[in-house]
Design a protein around this ligand. Structure first.
Ligand SMILES: Cc1cc2nc3c(=O)[nH]c(=O)nc-3n(C[C@H](O)[C@H](O)[C@H](O)COP(=O)(O)O)c2cc1C
Length: 401
């Protein structure tokens, strides 16, 4: 069975403890379960394990320095943003104290400060340190802020003595991280509608107008929504993808059929993510049979506009959450903002389809998320599932609890 860690980005913070050598095994196990691992080491950690070890096992450069930017991007922000989970193992008494008190004076503590992802810490230290009331108070503080602490166990410590403070074994840490991601049911009890794929508008019995849309973005949204506890109604135009079995699935062909399905269910849902590439036009008249080429040397097609489903939803929005998508070839931000307002949306996902790795058909996307607060977040090239995750994160941020 595939692990919930598959295709997840785990930022692994490693701090200055003897147990740092175990981070190598943690990297290996996370990757074995399909995660991408981004190691981040404190200066102290580099005395215990060489960055090259973690870089080689993770197949990623190790992030070490707060002030070293990569292509102009601040590392702490890019790591904080890409993380699905921040795991700090081993976590020193020092790093826990800093995080508990809002200190952000190195790359790790600054990334933790900037992330919205869950944070898991696996402390490792000498028993006397572990029992120190200040360490205990810091751990309580971290827990009260929603961070996860994997309590250390009793066992042989680096000093040679037996006592409490030994970091739990890598396997258990990875199981724990998996459990945290699994239990992220932040849309439990909600019902969302997702539309996906292209529509097909018949010209005659054999031909149609459509688009290159594959349905991948919409299906990824449906899967992610389900994993996070939402019930999902998936309404899809023609696609070769298998719908997730937990979704209530409707297959449609034309824009008019899609509109009918969407409107039928709109009153029940908490929100709609309209990822379908609905055809703007359909033939005014569908030829019966097949248009024959020998009947004419040129052919003029009369098209009429299809209804704008999203605009109609926007007009009747109430307190439902509406996410629209747009594909543009220029002026992405301005056009996205315009559409957001014009259609009364809460969030718009804009694709610049001229970019490599963006738009129709592929497995990756490059998008700009523009929220009703006017904030625009640009996501560089990543899998459609990762884009879906960020979109749901944004929905969560705006939705009333
Ligand atoms: C040999 C050695 C082993 C250490 N082991 C630990 C440890 O297991 N846990 C801990 O909290 N600190 C340990 N320390 C102390 C930390 O390395 C020290 O507090 C350091 O400032 C932590 O920095 P960091 O939290 O930025 O990684 C150790 C220090 C040395 C020299």
């Amino acid at each position: 069975m595939s692990s919930v860690l598959k295709d997840r980005n785990i930022v692994l913070g490693v701090t200055g403890s003897i147990a740092a050598y175990k981070a190598a095994e943690i990297v290996r196990l996370l990757r074995k379960r399909g995660a991408s691992v981004y190691p981040l080491m404190t200066q102290a950690a580099t005395h215990f394990v060489h960055p090259l070890t973690l870089a080689s096992l993770a197949a990623q450069e190790v992030a070490l320095d707060l002030f070293e930017t990569k292509q102009g991007r601040m590392r702490h922000l890019s790591l904080a943003e890409l993380a699905d989970l921040v795991l700090i193992a081993p976590a020193t008494a020092n790093v826990m104290g800093k995080i508990a008190h809002g200190i952000a004076d190195d790359l790790l503590t600054t990334a933790v400060m900037a992330t919205r992802a869950p944070v898991v810490l696996a402390p490792a230290m000498d028993e006397a340190m572990y029992e120190n009331p200040v360490v205990q108070a810091n751990m309580r503080e971290l827990k009260s802020r929603g961070m996860h602490i994997i309590d250390p166990v009793k066992g042989q410590l680096a000093s040679g003595e037996v006592g409490k403070g030994r970091m739990v074994e890598p396997q258990k840490i990875v199981d724990y991280a998996e459990g945290v991601l699994q239990s992220r049911q932040d849309f439990a009890g909600k019902l969302f509608m997702v539309t996906a794929g292209p529509t097909r508008e018949a010209l005659d019995k054999v031909r149609f107008i459509s688009s290159y849309s594959s349905g991948k973005m919409g299906y990824a949204l449906a899967e992610e929504g389900i994993d996070r506890g939402s019930r999902i109604i998936l309404i899809s135009g023609p696609s070769s993808l298998l719908p997730p079995p937990q979704a209530e699935f409707y297959s449609v062909e034309t824009a008019l059929e899609m509109k009918k399905r969407v409107m039928e269910r709109f009153s029940e849902v908490d929100g709609v993510l309209m990822a379908a590439a609905v055809s703007d036009f359909r033939a005014k008249r569908v030829f019966s049979g097949k248009i024959k080429k020998n009947a004419c040397t040129s052919l003029r097609l009369d098209l009429v506009q299809n209804p704008d489903i999203l605009q109609e939803l926007g007009r009747n929005k109430g307190d439902k959450f509406l996410v629209g998508f747009c594909a543009e070839t220029s002026g992405l931000k301005e056009k996205a903002k315009e559409k957001l307002e014009e259609k009364n949306l809460d969030l718009i996902v804009a694709n610049d389809i001229t970019l490599e790795g963006a738009g129709f058909g592929g497995d990756t996307n490059v998008v700009l998320l523009v929220g009703k607060d006017g904030e625009a977040i640009s996501l560089d090239r990543r899998s459609k599932r990762e884009v879906a995750r960020k979109i749901w994160d944004k929905v969560k941020e705006f939705m009333p609890t």
